[in-house]
Structures are given as C-alpha cells and as structure tokens.
Design a protein. Structure first.
Length: 308
C-alpha cells in the first residue's frame, strides 16, 4: 500500500528518537516536561480511559499555564503548551465510537493519539481494553481506522508480543494497514513481568515486515548505551524507556545523565512549579528512590506535604 506525503511526514517524527514510555501514575505532566527538558524527543502520557476524558471541562490555570481536563472537580488529564508538539496521549478504549469521542476532547492540545493494546492489568482486560484488544484484531483495527479517519493528529498503537511469532507478525501487518504512523512493541508477552528479560530478538522480524513504517522498541532500556544496542540488534526505528527513565529521567541527555539525586531535585522543582497534586508527586518520588529501606525513603513515605 502506498504512503502519501502527509503520512510520510507523520511517520518521520517517530524515527531516530528516544522517547518516554507511557507509565501509570508516573507519566504525568512533571515527569513528561522534565524528560523533554533533558532531551526526550517525544513523551507518552499515562493511559487515560475514554469514559474518563469524555465530557471533561477544559480549564487553563492562568498562574501556571497548565491545561486541566476536569470531571467532577478532579483532574483527569493535565498538559502544558510547552509539551504540545511532543506529547502523545495514550488512550484506553474498547470501542471505536468511544475512542473517537475521547480523542476529540484532547486532540487540539496534543501531538498524537496512541491506542493502548498492551496493558495486561485486570481492569483493562475485563473492560475489553489493553491487551484484550490483541485477542480481537477486528475490533482493534476498527478502532484504529476510526481514529485515523477522525482526528487531525497522527495515530499510533502499542502492543505486546504473542508466544507465537507468526501470530504477532499477522497482527502487526493488520495494524500497519489501518494507516497508523508508527507501532510500538513492548517486547514481552502478556504474562511476562517487568523483571523478566525483554525479548528483543523477536522485534527484528516485525521491523522488516512493516518497513518503512516506524517500529519503536519498548523494554529493558536503561541507558543511552541500551538505546544504541537495541537499535543495532533489532533494527528498531526508535526506542522508549520506562523504568530507566524513572530511575533517572536525565538518561535522555545527549551529554550523559546527571546524578540521580540531582534529577530528583529537579523533578520536585518541576512538580511544585506546576502545582502537581501532592499525592502524585509523592508517589513518583518514591518510585524514583533506589533504596526502599533507607531513612530518606521512609521519611518521604511518611511526608504529608511537599515541605515535610
């Protein structure tokens, strides 16, 4: 199938990049902006479920510039003009109609919509979202086709791999045919846990099968050295980091990372400047701390405010 100039332009932004992966509760605005400050090329939001974002009120905080999507007085999603051209909104959905309704709410404030087809959590699976979509390719592809037709920003998709390599390739081919601008592959199966080594060897055949569509590798990227090693060994177009970025978001720096403690302080400054919710700031800081038994970690866990 031919690719027109607009499709090529959409694909180009997903090439030769080092990206912040979507992470539940961690990939919120402060972590995204800090990652961009340190050199990330694109940043993914935490997954937002369609029903949560649909019907939200869009409010701009005149003091911070933060754009808030509110429902029942609570923040569902926050963003900022500083990230508009580089933030990808990850959507959790089970139907094409609800996917389009949700994407339309945020499309003017983000630079891409990503369909989450890889989350193995029970909540997602029971709702027919996340990795459940991989078991229903017709529905998955119908959602992507509807999004591609309806929104003004590029649409992408993130999957895991099946145990059966040919089954994975067949699904990847179908996804590519929907008109997506890129495909991200988390190189683990639905049953694998983060501690299990990512199966990078499985990505090469997907890259070759879908070329020239950009294919982004996710899984076990903790440093710039891992980025180059991943690209060399798999042919991946780009690479994204999750846990590696949490340990030290400055891994995106071209000059090399700063000390992790310095990055933690910068995260706290960023979160405070943006007025980020204390609970989310505290949760993220605890995830960034390497020593979960030390005095500093215990003090942070007991904190009731930023000042504490």
């Amino acid at each position: 199938m031919g690719v027109d100039s607009s499709q090529r332009a959409a694909q180009e932004r997903y090439r030769n990049g080092f990206f912040l992966a979507p992470m539940v509760r961690i990939g919120t605005l402060p972590m995204r902006l800090l990652s961009l400050q340190y050199g990330a090329d694109l940043v993914w939001t935490s997954e937002v479920v369609d029903k949560c974002i649909t019907g939200c009120e869009r409010v701009v905080d005149s003091r911070t510039g933060v754009i808030k999507f509110l429902k029942d007085g609570k923040d569902v999603f926050t963003t900022h003009p500083d990230e508009k051209d580089r933030v990808i909104f990850q959507l959790g959905t089970a139907t094409a109609e609800e996917a389009v309704q949700a994407a339309k709410v945020v499309e003017a404030d983000v630079s891409g919509i990503d369909l989450n087809c890889g989350c193995p959590k029970r909540f997602s699976i029971q709702g027919g979202m996340g990795a459940a979509l991989m078991e229903d390719p017709d529905r998955l592809c119908a959602i992507l086709e509807a999004l591609v037709a309806a929104v003004s920003v590029p649409v992408t998709c993130k999957i895991r791999i099946f145990d059966d390599e040919e089954r994975t390739l067949a699904l990847a081919r179908r996804i590519a045919a929907t008109g997506v601008a890129a495909l991200t592959v988390h190189c683990r199966t639905r049953r694998m846990r983060p501690a299990e080594k990512a199966l990078w060897a499985r990505l090469g055949s997907i890259v070759r099968e879908l070329a020239p569509l950009p294919v982004i590798l996710n899984g076990d990227v903790f440093s710039a050295a891992d980025v180059q090693r991943a690209k060399d060994s798999t042919g991946a177009t780009s690479v994204m980091a999750a846990r590696g970025a949490v340990e030290n978001p400055s891994i995106f720096r071209a000059e090399g990372p700063v000390p992790a403690a310095e990055a933690v302080i910068e995260y706290l400054r960023t979160a405070t400047r943006l007025g980020n919710a204390f609970g989310n700031t505290k949760y993220t800081l605890l995830q960034m701390h390497p020593d979960t038994k030390g005095a500093e970690y215990m003090a942070a866990r007991a904190a009731k405010s930023i000042e504490a």
